[in-house]
Design a protein around this ligand. Sequence first.
Ligand code: P1T
Length: 377
Amino acid sequence: MGFSTIAIHAGNEPDIATGAVSVPIYQTSTYAQDALGKHKGYEYARTQNPTRAALEKNIAALENAKFGYAFASGMSAIDAVLKLVKAGEHVILGDNTYGGTYRLFNRILSNYGVEFDLADTTDAANLESAFRPNTKMVFVETPTNPVMTVTDLQAVSDLAHGRGATVVCDNTFMSPYFQQPINFGVDIVVHSTTKYLNGHSDSVGGFVALNDETDAEWIKFVQNGIGAILSPFDSFLVLRGTKTLAVRMEAHDKNGRIVANFLAEHPGVKKVYYPGLVSHPQHELAKRQQTGFGGMVAFETGSLDNAKKVLEGVKLCTLGESLGGVESLISHPATMTHASVPAETREKLGITDGLVRISVGIEDVEDIIEDLDQALS
Ligand code: P1T
């Protein structure tokens, strides 16, 4: 079956009780039991909820995974995956990830004995030297937030599996429409569903998709045991969002390419970070691994002053955190999404004070270009 057919139908069977075509929001905290130990498969809503179960089936299918679990946020999904790692074990973390992911390792997990090192995962040799005897996991984002570097998922998976490590990929920027990491050997896929999967900037959520049954049992145990579950209403919203994922991603991609090319030629822009540009150092890899380039574009304005002029000069694009919604959002990674990354690491990665990030929406692209043009001038 094709992607859109799966997106529209997986998990979306008509409601057994009423025939409702749209999965109802089962807004309940508990379920009546027929007799002691006799129930319909639902005992308590932290443990099971039919709306959440429908979404879990849906996104797992889109990621080509057997199992899927929906969480209260992208961060809680990532945290649940890190519960596969014990004190004294080691994780290799891609050196550019969402700032909150870095903060989770650096400020929280480190307090519980989880060891980690940053590595430039775009370079296999570099990655190889980061392995330690106790390395349990390699965690990458591709393309990365915000400088859009691309990691070769098959190469990383081959290397990590040779060392007995699990590979996790944050697929938030591509969504399963443009990239299915499991097809390249990745073991676990995580998402912030807050972004493209929901797509309308009106819900915060996260997802874990995987094939290994033992790890899946543990993730499910953590989901219930810690309780950072996605609510029935948010599950409904994301389930509604994924039905149009294909058409939205096509539109984001079309606009993203046009905006990236416009910026690349603009005299006020020093550098553009977008894997769809032939000038991107990993353009060929991106073409191989992704079926599109998406709507995330970052660009260098040269200084904080220039960045401020753009960020405060836009009229259509909204200055704000987050991404992946239908509306164009513009942000300043150094002081917003990546403020928790040390200044010298930011500088090394290209997350300068002059860097601006746009989540290109699906408005008429001429209007987005006109807005950026007037802000840049
Ligand atoms: O915000 P939350 O749903 O908890 O997701 C965290 C997260 C995880 N992974 C990636 C790649 C992300 O970009 C994010 C959240 N990012 C932003 C809020 C942002 O503006 O970049």
